[in-house]
Design a protein around this ligand. Structure first.
Ligand code: MG
Length: 307
């Protein structure tokens, strides 16, 4: 069993020029739940002047359907973000998880959220603590873990150190993000395995971008190293406003195809994902990047391979 965390409503859309309405975002979230997604990153609490697509974060959260077993994640880049995530719980169903972010390079950290690594560590310690105290699952993504758009290579030893320090600070899940899509399978497997060992029993999640076509291969390398939780976005949507050249997230369809074919279930349905892809492409006004979304599932003697 693997677990998919669907990030299309947040990382999939944050860099899109097409303005997606709150109603369409909620319709997308409904489709993701219908596909079988049980953890969904629905919004990020950022400055709307910097990321206009996320300006309706509160409205999206207020409209979330209350479905048993579904966990909603809000991305929080600072304490103000955590405070907004906590406030969502006071106005109704609200969020379940605060997804905090630690950038693993000084230069990218300063551009992305105005802080060095050390400042990020200090801020995230307080953020994880206040999220936990308010009943939100405190989890963290280490961003640019496999390479930085401004500084280049990021030493594996630094990522291990940051992961340990965030585990000590109470993070209940640690994600390694290939924010700009530069990682290669050997690197992703080695670093994932080392971090899993360093923070066990805390689960390690992978967040991959397909900028250079290696995201599915990187997911496979992570899986072989022991990773069982993966972020992905319907249709391979996405990019990062502050990471030049970053392409979409690994497509949910790609991961479903990759893992269904070895009998490793995620609980998500590939045929429904392909249907949702086609529906959402009409909202975006263009085909979505996912190649499995275009090609569909593999057929044997006219029958869909059972998943
Ligand atoms: Mg991303």
């Amino acid at each position: 069993m693997i677990q998919i965390v669907e990030v299309s409503p947040r990382d999939g859309l944050q860099n899109e020029k097409v303005e997606v309405s709150t109603a369409d975002k909620l319709a997308l979230i409904g489709r993701l739940i219908d596909m079988g997604a049980r953890r969904i990153e629905v919004a990020s609490f950022v400055n709307p002047r910097r990321v206009p697509q996320m300006a309706d974060a509160e409205a999206v959260v207020a409209g979330l359907p209350d479905v048993a077993g579904v966990s909603y994640i809000g991305l929080c880049l600072n304490q103000r973000g955590v405070d907004r995530a906590i406030a969502s719980k006071e106005k109704g169903r609200g969020l379940d998880e605060a997804g905090c972010v630690l950038v693993a390079s000084d230069k990218f950290g300063i551009i992305n959220q105005g802080q060095s690594i050390e400042q990020g560590l200090e801020a995230n310690r307080a953020m994880l603590k206040s999220a936990k105290a308010a009943g939100l699952k405190p989890q963290i993504t280490i961003s640019a873990a496999f390479g930085c758009p401004y500084e280049g290579a990021v030493p594996a030893a630094r990522i291990l150190d940051l992961a340990r320090r965030m585990a000590d600070a109470g993070a209940e899940e640690i994600a390694l993000a290939d924010t700009i899509g530069v990682g290669v399978p050997g690197q992703v497997g080695d670093l994932s395995g080392a971090v899993i060992e360093a923070v066990a029993p805390i689960p390690v999640r992978l967040h991959l971008h397909d900028t250079r076509g290696l995201a599915p291969a990187n997911a496979w390398a992570g899986y072989q190293a022991g990773v069982r939780v993966f972020n992905s976005a319907l249709g391979g949507l996405g990019g990062c406003p502050f990471a030049p050249g970053a392409a979409g997230n690994v497509g949910t369809e790609e991961l479903l195809y990759l893992f269904d074919r070895i009998g490793e279930s995620s609980g998500l349905d590939l045929a429904k994902a392909v249907e949702a892809n086609h529906w959402f492409s009409t909202i975006m006004g263009r085909p979505l990047p996912s190649r499995v979304g275009k090609a569909g599932d593999f057929l044997i003697e006219g029958e869909r391979v059972p998943s």
